[in-house]
Design a protein around this ligand. Sequence first.
Ligand code: BV8
Length: 255
Amino acid sequence: MAFSDLIQQAAALCKSSCRLAVLTGAGVSKESGIPTFRDAMDGLWAQYDPQELATLEAFRRNPSLVWNWYQFRRSVVQAAQPNAGHIALARLQQLCPHMQIITQNVDNLHERAGSTKVIRLHGSIALNRCSGNCQGNPTHLTIDRAIPATGDEPPACPHCGKYIRPDVVWFGEVLPAKQIEHAKQLARTADVMLVIGTSGVVQPAAHMPVIARSAGAKIIEVNPVKSEVTPLAHVWLQGPSAEILPQIIEAIDNV
Ligand code: BV8
């Protein structure tokens, strides 16, 4: 089938959907200049495996290293802009008001592109919390309220003195119950799931397309290469999301 026919097929599925769910991964932010999770980080961080650094064990073993990795990534996210793919998804939500985005990403580019009701499975790199959640889970803190960091150590919580940490879900940590239950509910009831820019490796997020497919949803995947999701896809649109998603929007406007 010609690629343009696949775009038309995806557009028709999205337009006719009454319960459209979207699952995004790090690939949707690639064209905003944010390395995907499994891309080698460049420069200083290229020597580290993100999967090793994004753990409580790494933070306990070397809090300064992990804290500074997040400070570097925050600077990359702050300098980044939503790309045409994020903007197309915000437009899609205007065309399909019932649509909800489930994201594995910790950047805030969906919201900055205008998407609403984003379900954040892995937290937000923009937020910090007390590592002991001393005032309740989570105890969110702004850096300037914290006790200044000594050297390049993480700042200390002004309430209890424990380290402050990024408000993200590390490997080996459970996902926030409200968000994962909401995501599962969307996957169970979706009639179409659009899966964008994920290798489909990280659980339990990667299980969402499996739930949706087994509940009868049509699966559309956008990814330049095959992933763990591709075998589940009824429509696989091979290419970068910043190019493909605007084409789907254009086709919906012409359906
Ligand atoms: C948990 C925040 C209970 C931190 C992240 C089975 C069940 C449950 C758990 C497990 C299980 N098996 C293994 C586990 C443990 C683990 C896991 O999944 N490990 C994997 C590696 C096997 N899961 C957990 O620990 C989770 N916790 O389940 O708790 C528990 C507890 C203990 C023991 C057992 C169970 C917590 C997982 C959350 C980890 N935190 N982020 C931070 O970011 O610093 S996940 C991290 O990976 C990012 O959020 C990222 O988004 C996410 C997923 O990766 P992807 O988004 O898919 O990114 P990736 O780089 O892999 O792929 C990018 C894709 O984009 C590629 O396919 C590429 O081709 C494509 N692409 C590239 N360019 C483009 C593009 N696509 C479109 N356009 C482009 N231009």
